[in-house]
Design a protein around this ligand. Structure first.
Ligand code: URA
Length: 221
């Protein structure tokens, strides 16, 4: 497991797996067709969620009878589901395999629209509960951490639901320094798992080199 940026405030992981490099490369290519792009986003999400869930899931142990003998076993505790929070639209693709990988999940959605002149997010959909049960583990799935406006707004909503920063892991396809700096300054203790860290964000809020508009490319709009 590679740690790209590490401080006492935040950890950013870029898992050094060739499949992660492969799917990021497919996403970057402007000639990748929409259906292939969406599938690449879903596969990248599968790998990043797998890495993020390492050492994070509560288990229950016991004994079961196999066809051959009694065996000691460990299962994921279904009483403590991971609360998955997907940021619309492209989060839908990155989160596609979450419930297949994680045996116990509840999935919520947040919809933000970015004002193209101010680059500020405005919330148009939110089905988070008023409070999450104490100690809930939360996985936020936001493909593009660019200026940081959207992820900061999502983190503020989770804080209002009583979730501690150290209980939150963020999954993203591409992350850029402005968003990572805001997360580190405002939400110490949060963990980020990303496919790659890119160097820049342009004046329109797009990550450079990035992959363009992730939502448009997933859904062909
Ligand atoms: N959102 C995107 O879809 N792409 C970017 O580069 C930045 C934000």
């Amino acid at each position: 497991m590679a740690t790209a940026i590490s401080s006492d405030r935040m950890l950013v992981f870029v898992p050094p797996h060739p499949l992660i490099k492969h799917w990021v490369s497919v996403l970057r290519n402007e000639e990748t067709p929409c259906a292939v792009f969406k599938n690449a986003m879903a596969e990248l999400g599968r790998l990043l969620i797998y890495e993020a869930s390492r050492d994070w899931l509560p288990t229950i142990s016991g004994e079961i009878q196999s066809p051959m003998a009694v065996a000691s076993v460990e299962f994921i505790d279904p009483r403590e589901p991971v609360m998955v929070v997907s940021i619309l639209r492209a989060g839908l693709a990155l989160v596609e395999h979450a419930s297949a990988i994680l045996p116990a999940t509840k999935t919520y959605h947040l919809g933000f629209q970015r004002d193209e002149s101010t680059l500020l997010p405005s919330l148009y959909f939110n089905n988070l509960p008023n409070k999450f049960p104490e100690g809930s583990r939360v996985l936020i799935v936001d493909p593009m951490l660019a200026t940081g406006g959207t992820i900061v707004a999502a983190m503020d909503l989770l804080k209002d639901c009583g979730v501690e920063n150290k209980q939150i892991k963020i999954i993203s396809a591409v992350a850029a320094p402005p968003a990572l700096q805001k997360l580190s300054q405002q939400f110490p203790g949060v963990h980020v798992y990303t496919g790659i860290i890119d160097p820049d964000v342009n004046e329109n809020g797009y990550i450079i080199p990035g992959l363009g508009d992730a939502g448009d490319r997933c859904f062909g709009t």
